[in-house]
Design a binder for this molecule. Structure first.
Ligand code: AP5
Length: 213
């Protein structure tokens, strides 16, 4: 199963990616997570990426495309993978298309999670993440059992530095101008499934499973 998860910031890509991994066992490749890991480890890539991420801008294509190609060429991706947050503009989509064609790989589905724009800021700004295991919560829509503590590993929950109102608004603008055109791009390729992401988390996953069936 080769899948792309598409959608604006806060749409629920990471949340549904966790459900997809649990059910289908495909490797989850999130460019945002890869950049955040590099920032935490203080690598050169992390230092460069941080500048852009903190401003809500896209990390340049030359830092992004190669790392995705190298990740999907690894052994565990032979039978499938799920890209979350890549591609994010037409250049990245063309790059991926060329890479997949050259390697005789076909995409099975692009899952496009659609959410009304007025919900996105509340979703992103209310998000809390476990520093230790990466589990995602929301203070209102998906709270942890104990305030500020992860249900899975009991570690402290934290907020992403780019989850403030100003940066999320900028990320939404970038999504509209650079990423949203990919909906038409993949519609033309006949691989897209549009999912109503305004619904409850479990209902969204039911619709995703139906689209992947
Ligand atoms: P990235 O990490 O990819 O962030 P994003 O695309 O902005 O998406 P988010 O992680 O904010 O949201 P999500 O859709 O995963 O939502 P979630 O499931 O957490 O990218 C971060 C940055 O890295 C970018 O800005 C850019 O700088 C850089 N970058 C990454 N990839 C790049 C690329 N390819 N090229 C260049 N730069 C790149 O849900 C959000 C919240 O809502 C959670 O709290 C959740 O609990 C809640 N929630 C989820 N679903 C529902 C629901 N149905 N109902 C109610 N609440 C819900």
């Amino acid at each position: 199963m080769k899948i792309i998860l598409l959608g604006p910031p806060g749409a629920g890509k990471g949340t549904q990616a966790a459900n997809i991994v649990d059910t289908y066992g495909v490797p989850h490749i999130s460019t945002g997570d890869i950049f955040r890991k590099n920032i935490k480890e203080g690598t050169e890539l992390g230092k460069k990426a941080q500048e852009y991420i903190n401003q809500g801008k896209l990390v340049p294509d030359e830092l992004t495309c190669g790392l995705v190609a190298s990740r999907i060429s690894e052994d565990d991706c032979k039978d499938g993978f799920m890209l979350d947050g890549f591609p994010r503009n037409i250049f990245q989509a063309e790059y991926l298309n060329k890479y997949l064609t050259e390697n005789n790989v076909a995409l099975d589905k692009v899952i496009n999670i659609e959410v009304d724009s007025e919900l996105l800021i509340e979703r992103a700004c209310g998000r809390r993440i476990c520093k230790n295991c990466g589990a995602t919560y929301h203070i209102k829509f998906n709270p942890s059992k104990k305030d500020g503590i992860c249900d899975v590993c009991q570690s402290a929950l934290t907020q992403r530095p780019d989850d403030n109102e100003e940066t999320v608004s900028q990320r939404i603008q970038v999504y509209l101008s650079e990423t949203k055109p990919l909906v038409d791009y993949y519609t033309e390729k006949n691989v897209i499934a549009n999912i109503n992401g305004n619904q409850d988390i479990n209902k969204v996953f039911e619709d995703i499973k139906a689209a992947l069936a």
